[in-house]
Design a protein around this ligand. Structure first.
Ligand code: NDP
Ligand code: 2IT
Length: 449
């Protein structure tokens, strides 16, 4: 990792000391602090009020037992988390992740990122994240429902449309949000639509929320391209993952004239020179909860299944990591550079390791960090909350136009801030500083709370 400014180094050291073993959280904090040297030099009031130290300490951390019974009648125990990180700009907001790898360090890295991402959207949203080490893979609908009901039976007391509003993330989609909302409604006896986002359209959800993260990512990249007189037309795109974010990113790339030549899941990746059949992949993944091998089997001879090696070896103009943290490392970055990739934009949260980011930026590859490029999901959650509050519902076209406009404005704010702080063209510096100053100013205004 690069050396931090001396004052920031002391803060980082204290974060390491206070949060032992939480490596992903350390990484996320370091990545933000790395950009803040010029900010504390220019604005001593942030240091005087210990804004950075306060930002690194969550306002509230909730850890709870989630007992449930599987289909064979056996008792299972998982651990539930909700880290309410910062509420200076609005109620706590951020997704829930159900994945076997979830522990406090992952929830805290995601919650920390969410503070700055939400600030960048310009919407009134605080930052939070939650989830569980529950693994939904291979579980029946009944098991997932019982797990969600047990999870919400504890979490509901901490939620509310003005308090804390979860949504989806890895392993949590519309099915899980439905079960969680049903249990919240039953316990509280209130149809409080605004307490969760990512709901189904017929029960309080908003158009475009399902598509928003992937579509927003591609709108962001489209703005990067058009700022340089270019477009998606004819571009080869590699997308990791084949979940909510990846599938909708792929759909939008094809709509804009690019070709998605590879995508993946945790078992392997598929390469298809003529382009992935996104509709078929969606059906395999979403309707049948199948694996990438099931897609290849359904697709036939044109699709090539790879169970070893890295998807980032596939030559492309644009790489969109949309699966999970630290999935694109230094040797992957070297392969992308060798194959003349021009843009890497993060659909996932923190998918690119620090050494990969360094290699890419030094080689002149344009790099868009997740807190800017994948903010379309949470921004559309804010639009869902707005519609819930006014008992209104907007059309797909209107909502998509709002999303495109939000992504353009995040892009422009990143570049303007990077210019202002002497790092022209750096989306990382721009995103970190613009997100930080927005939330820091609100924290100063609200006093020492
Ligand atoms: P999904 O659960 O819908 O899909 C996740 C995809 O990533 C799957 O293809 C999954 O493969 C793959 N994946 C997950 N974990 C791993 C792993 N450890 N190793 C390899 N592959 C993995 O999640 P989403 O699409 O919602 O989320 C993807 C990323 O986008 C996450 O980083 C999330 O935090 C981020 N994000 C999501 C937003 C949203 O609105 N949903 C908003 C902003 C960011 P498999 O099925 O084999 O596990
Ligand atoms: O990482 C993210 O921004 C999300 N998973 C979406 C959060 C939300 O509240 O919509």
């Amino acid at each position: 990792m690069r050396m931090l400014d001396e004052k920031l180094y002391d803060i980082y050291d204290e974060v390491l000391r206070r949060n032992p073993g939480e490596t992903e959280f350390h990484q996320a904090v370091h990545e933000v602090l790395d950009s803040l040297g010029p900010v504390i030099a220019k604005h001593p009031q942030y240091a005087d009020a210990a804004i950075i130290q306060r930002l690194c300490e969550p306002e509230r951390q909730i850890i709870f037992r989630v007992p449930w019974v599987d289909d064979r009648g056996a008792v299972r125990i998982n651990r539930g988390f909700r880290v309410e990180f910062n509420s200076a700009l609005g109620p706590y907001k951020g997704g829930l992740r159900f994945h076997a790898s979830v522990y406090l360090g992952i929830v805290k890295f995601l919650g920390f990122e969410q503070i700055f991402k939400n600030a960048l959207t310009g919407m009134p949203l605080g930052g939070a994240k939650g989830g569980s080490d529950f693994d939904p893979k291979g579980r029946s609908d009944g098991e997932v429902m019982r797990f969600c009901q047990s999870f919400m039976t504890e979490l509901y007391r901490h939620l509310g449309e003005h308090t804390d509003i979860p949504a989806g993330d890895i392993g949590v989609g519309q099915r899980e949000i439905g079960y969680l909302f049903g249990q919240y409604k039953r316990i509280t006896n209130r149809y409080e639509s605004g307490v969760l986002t990512g709901k189904g359209i017929t029960w309080g959800g908003a158009q475009v929320r399902t598509e928003a993260t992937g579509y927003g990512l591609v709108f962001f990249v489209d703005t990067m391209l058009s700022a340089r007189g270019d477009s998606f037309e004819g571009k080869r795109v590699v997308i990791s993952g084949s979940g909510n974010v990846a599938l909708h990113a792929a759909e939008k790339v094809h709509q804009l004239g690019g070709t998605v030549v590879a995508c993946s899941d945790s078992t392997g990746y598929v390469v298809e020179e003529k382009g992935i059949d996104v509709e078929l992949l969606k059906a395999v993944k979403q309707q049948h909860r199948g694996r990438i091998a099931d897609y290849v089997a359904a697709r036939g001879a044109d699709a090539h299944l790879c169970l070893e090696g890295s998807i980032w070896e596939v030559p492309c103009d644009i790489a969109l990591p949309c699966a999970t943290q630290n999935e694109l490392n230094g040797s992957d970055a070297a392969a992308l550079i060798r194959n003349r990739c021009r843009i890497v934009a993060e659909g996932a949260n923190m998918p690119t390791t620090p050494s990969a980011v360094k290699l890419l930026t030094e080689a002149g590859v344009l790099f868009a960090p997740g807190k800017a490029a994948n903010a379309g999901g949470v921004a559309t959650s804010a639009l869902e909350m707005q519609q819930n509050a006014s008992r209104d519902s907007w059309t797909f076209e209107h909502t998509e136009a709002r999303l495109a406009e939000i992504m353009r404005s995040i892009h422009d704010r990143c570049l303007a801030t990077a210019d202002e702080y002497g790092a022209p063209g750096s989306y990382v510096t721009g995103a970190n500083i613009a997100g930080f100053t927005h939330v820091a100013d609100a924290m100063l205004a609200l006093g020492l709370v």
